[in-house]
Ligand binder design. Structure first.
Ligand code: C2E
Ligand code: CA
Ligand code: CA
Ligand code: CA
Length: 276
């Protein structure tokens, strides 16, 4: 949720200044993790609510630390951002996610998309558009299979440059989703100008849907708004059948969440969602 990600940054910032030695150690560990290929991508399925079919997967990074096991991204993405390592790790994630997508596609198991999360520093980087181009250059089908998830607050920080970058990326055939929608404070006039294809409703709104009438009408309003702008709507963090049913009734296009499936390693994703 927005609060959690906001807290995350707030939590790491003071630690960076207080104990630079501790941070350095973690930084070195993360550098090594990159060299030793200890980062892994897990894939979480997205489902079309009308058909019940699989539409794609979100790639979510984990660090397979030999000492402690799988480390969730909330613990190390802020450090990668601070140190600039996010550029290299971000490029790795792009290439890896596209390779998985092409593998799924070559096996003709399903025409599903793969979504990759983009960090604030990545989008702000001048080389970002080129990184995307390089990543999709490996195969003529890569662009159509790739979606980037970019948070609303990130786009709003620098609207003009963001729009230019997103436009260039979209012209390559890559689709763009606004992540954690509703947690930022973007004005509606901006939303209609953003070159995006999909809007992901933040989990906090999905939770509030069943706690009172206001929550439900808020989600209903977001879906109507998105559809009036010809955007596809994905609800995040769907955990219950009740939430899924309500979203279906509100004509939400897709759901993602523990109800349909948790993020799993690629082999498991393939066995579970692509082979049957
Ligand atoms: P996000 O993009 O909002 O991803 C959704 C998060 O919600 C994931 O946490 C996912 O595992 C979790 N989730 C999915 N369904 C449910 C559900 O039904 N209930 C609950 N409670 N949670 C659910 P995760 O994997 O820990 O990732 C956290 C954040 O780390 C992501 O939030 C994203 O901002 C960031 N992240 C993950 N992978 C990458 C990456 O490759 N690059 C960048 N830059 N950021 C990443
Ligand atoms: Ca989030
Ligand atoms: Ca995301
Ligand atoms: Ca999200």
């Amino acid at each position: 949720t927005a609060k959690a990600s906001g807290d995350r940054y707030a939590f790491y910032a003071p630690r960076m200044t207080e104990s630079s030695a501790g941070t350095l150690t973690l930084e070195n560990q993360l550098r090594q993790a990159l060299e030793k290929e200890q980062f892994v991508l897990h894939f979480q399925p997205k489902m079309n609510l009308a058909s019940g079919g699989l539409t794609g997967a979100e790639a979510l990074i984990r660090w397979n630390d030999p000492a402690t096991g799988l480390v969730p991204p909330g613990r190390f993405i802020p450090i990668l951002e601070e140190t600039g390592l996010i550029h290299e790790v971000g490029r790795w994630a792009l290439h890896k996610a596209i390779a998985e997508y092409l593998h799924w596609r070559a096996a003709r198991r399903a025409a599903v998309r793969v979504s990759v999360n983009v960090s604030p520093r990545q989008l702000r980087d001048r080389g970002f558009v080129r990184d995307i181009r390089n990543a999709i250059d490996v195969d003529p089908h890569a662009a159509a299979g790739l979606e980037l998830e970019i948070t609303e607050s990130l786009i709003m920080e620098d609207v003009k440059n963001s729009i230019a970058s997103l436009q260039a990326i979209r012209e390559m055939g890559v689709t763009i989703a606004i992540d954690d929608f509703g947690t930022g404070f973007s004005s509606l006039s901006y939303l209609s100008k953003l070159p995006v294809d999909t809007l992901k409703i933040d989990r906090s709104f999905v939770v509030d849907m069943t706690t009172g009438p206001q929550g439900l009408s808020l989600v209903s309003t977001i879906i109507t708004l998105a559809h009036s702008l010809k955007l596809c709507v994905v609800a995040e963090g769907v955990e219950t059948a009740m939430q899924s049913r309500l979203l279906h009734d509100l004509r939400c296009d897709e759901i993602q969440g523990y109800l349909y499936g948790k993020p799993v390693p690629s082999a498991e994703f393939e066995a579970r969602y692509l082979l049957p």
